[in-house]
Design a protein around this ligand. Structure first.
Ligand SMILES: NC(=O)c1ccc[n+]([C@@H]2O[C@H](COP(=O)([O-])OP(=O)(O)OC[C@H]3O[C@@H](n4cnc5c(N)ncnc54)[C@H](OP(=O)(O)O)[C@@H]3O)[C@@H](O)[C@H]2O)c1
Length: 281
């Protein structure tokens, strides 16, 4: 199951998230286990401070590098030479000479800062050490501001997306723009297992002899959304991977879409403290 990005590069639709997985044994073991289970796509970030363990697990898996899709993200916006240093550090930690996808982690409130960072991303992409470039947490207006100066459109937008926030309108816009939609936080910080979400998702899960987590992942995959659930628990890593074999009906998908309450459980991209501009490190 792959998504063909705007430049033709293939991205596995299902991957492993690694946010909050501490560097060292935890991050190393979960990535090793995921690769053994069959995952070929790992999502990390400078901000997660676990790139070194992710990279080591990839090397030790014995799987050829070109068979594994690695995403990382630049921590914040910074002066040009700092940004190049930050990128080179990510490569070094990941023990690789290229990344498959490099993302701006959060937008800055100033469009010129975003435009400047994007120029750097374009030059890194042209330099050949990145297979695809994109953004995270960009609303439609952030993208439209980028287009004023961009030579290359972002190929991926990674955003908060789950049954409480299905992002129907943003996804439609991204489809029109040829930008792949990637979900983060699919389990709504546990919310999908509770209250009205858990009730409906639980009923759907029962009819398919599946779990709620698998229904949520399959709902995203069947909408053509890249899904990167995080788990450090071996049994859950396996459970989540099996979601690729679950086929939901159109009625199931509609029922999940109807759960939307416009509910964010992560930071609002328009009022975020993460996309600051400052020197690195
Ligand atoms: N670009 C951004 O700004 C941004 C922001 C947030 C996240 N992300 C990315 O998206 C990934 C996913 O988001 P997330 O980690 O925030 O949240 P998530 O994947 O929705 O949830 C992870 C949590 O769910 C638990 N879990 C996993 N599988 C489960 C299952 N089958 N049944 C019950 N519980 C399960 C995990 O526990 P255990 O680990 O204990 O099993 C963990 O506590 C991140 O890891 C990161 O790579 C990106």
């Amino acid at each position: 199951m792959h998504k063909r990005l705007a430049n033709g590069y293939k991205m596995p639709l299902l991957g492993l998230g690694t946010f909050m997985a501490p560097d060292g044994q935890v991050a190393y073991e979960m990535v090793k286990h995921a690769l053994k289970t069959g995952y070929r796509h790992i999502d990390t970030a400078q901000l997660y401070h676990n790139e070194a363990s992710v990279g080591q697990a990839v090397v030790d898996s014995g799987i050829p590098r070109e068979e594994i899709f690695i995403t990382t993200k630049q921590r914040f916006h910074m002066p040009l030479d700092n940004a190049v240093t930050a990128f080179e550090e990510s490569l070094q930690k990941l023990k690789t000479d290229y990344v498959d996808l490099y993302l701006i982690h959060w937008p800055n409130h100033d469009k010129e800062v975003n435009q400047e960072t994007w120029r750097l991303f374009e030059s890194l992409y042209e330099g050949g050490k990145i297979r695809a470039i994109g953004v995270c947490n960009f609303q439609r207006h952030h993208l439209e501001d980028l287009y004023e100066t961009a030579k290359i459109k972002p190929m991926v937008n990674q955003v908060e997306l789950h049954p409480g926030l299905p992002q129907i309108w943003l996804k439609r816009y991204l489809d029109e723009q040829g930008i792949a939609t990637e979900s983060y936080g699919p389990f709504m910080k546990g919310g999908v297992f509770e209250e009205h979400y858990g009730e409906t998702l639980g009923e759907i899960a029962k009819t398919h002899k599946a779990t709620i987590a698998q229904v949520v992942i399959a709902w995203g995959l069947q909408r053509g959304i890249i899904m990167i659930p995080k788990s450090a628990t071996p049994a859950r890593i396996e459970e989540n991977f099996k979601a690729k074999d679950l086929i939901l009906t159109d009625e199931d998908i509609k029922a999940v879409n109807k759960l939307s309450r416009g509910k964010r459980v992560y930071t609002d991209p328009d009022n975020n403290p993460w996309g600051v501009f400052k020197p690195y490190p």
